[in-house]
Design a protein around this ligand. Structure first.
Ligand code: ADP
Ligand code: ADP
Ligand code: ZN
Length: 214
C-alpha cells in the first residue's frame, strides 16, 4: 500500500502517518524529518536545506526529489509506505509517479487532511517535537505524560525553529501557492480522499481506517 498524506503545515499529516505506519506495518517517510536529521548531523544537505526551512520556503525540488527517491527505493519500501510532506509541488508529484510506474506500480491513495488556516496557527504554537526520536505532541491537545519530556524516549521536547508564528504564516502562503494544486492533481487521478482534520486525533484516524479498509 503506497499512501501520500496531503495537507497544510500542522494539519496532522505526521500524527496520522505514524498511526497508519504502525497499524499497517509500512515505513513512515517524512522529508521534513530527513532534513531535520541532516541538520542535526551537520551534513551539507542539512546546511542547504536549513536555509530554506528557516525562511518557511520549500527546499528546491531537485534536492528534495533526490533524497526522497533514495529512501523509497530501499528494500523495506517494497511492500509500501506512507509519505508525509512529499510531494509538495507538481514537479515532485510527476517525478514520483514516473519512478513508481517504472517499478510497475502506482500510488494507491492521496489523503488530504483538511484543516482551515485559522486552526493552523493555534495548533503550531502548541506543537512540541522530540529532537531525538521525532515524536510530536501538542501542549493542549496531545500532551506528553510528563510535561516537556518525550513519552517514547525521555528526551526534552522543543518548539521547532520554523514553528514561530511569522514563519508559520509564510509556510501557509507557500502551501496555498505550491502544494494545494496537488489536490486537483490527485483528484484527476481519482485517488484523492479527504478527511476532516479538525476532529480529534482518534476520530481522524478512524475515518482514515475506513478509507483504507481494515
Ligand atoms: P510540516 O509537518 O509542518 O508540514 P515538514 O516537517 O513536513 O513540516 O517540513 C518542514 C520544512 O521542510 C518545510 O517547510 C520545507 O522547508 C521542508 N520540506 C519538507 N518536505 C519538503 C518537500 N517535499 N519539498 C520541499 N521542501 C520540503
Ligand atoms: P503536520 O505533520 O501536518 O505538520 P502534525 O502531525 O505535526 O502536523 O500536527 C501538528 C500539531 O497539531 C502537533 O502539535 C500535533 O500534536 C497536533 N495535532 C495533530 N492532530 C491533531 C488533532 N486531530 N487535533 C488537535 N491537534 C492535533
Ligand atoms: Zn523522543
Amino acid at each position: 500500500m503506497k499512501i501520500i498524506m496531503l495537507g497544510a503545515p500542522g494539519a496532522g499529516k505526521g500524527t496520522q502517518a505514524k498511526l497508519i505506519a504502525e497499524k499497517y506495518g509500512i515505513p513512515h517517510i517524512s522529508t521534513g524529518d530527513i532534513f531535520r536529521a541532516n541538520i542535526k548531523a551537520g551534513t551539507d544537505l542539512g546546511k542547504e536545506a536549513k536555509e530554506y526551512m528557516d525562511k518557511g520556503q520549500l527546499v528546491p525540488d531537485e534536492l528534495t526529489v533526490r533524497i526522497l527517491l533514495d529512501r523509497v527505493l530501499a528494500d523495506d519500501c517494497a511492500d509500501g509506505y506512507v509519505l508525509d510532506g512529499f510531494p509538495r509541488t507538481i514537479p515532485q508529484a510527476e517525478v514520483l509517479d514516473t519512478e513508481v510506474a517504472k517499478l510497475g506500480d502506482k500510488i494507491d491513495l492521496a489523503i488530504d487532511v483538511n484543516v482551515p488556516d485559522e486552526n493552523i496557527i493555534r495548533r503550531m504554537s502548541g506543537r512540541r517535537a522530540c529532537p531525538k526520536c521525532g515524536a510530536t505532541y501538542h501542549v493542549e491537545h496531545i500532551p506528553p505524560k510528563k510535561e516537556g519530556i518525550c513519552d517514547a524516549c525521555g528526551a526534552e521536547l522543543v518548539l521547532r525553529d520554523d514553528d514561530k508564528p511569522e514563519t508559520v504564516k509564510k509556510r501557509l502562503e507557500v502551501y496555498h501557492k505550491q502544494t494545494q494544486p496537488l489536490i486537483d492533481y490527485y483528484s484527476r487521478l481519482n485517488i484523492l480522499r479527504t478527511v476532516d482534520g479538525t476532529k480529534d486525533m482518534k476520530d481522524v484516524f478512524a475515518d482514515i481506517e475506513k478509507l483504507l479498509g481494515e
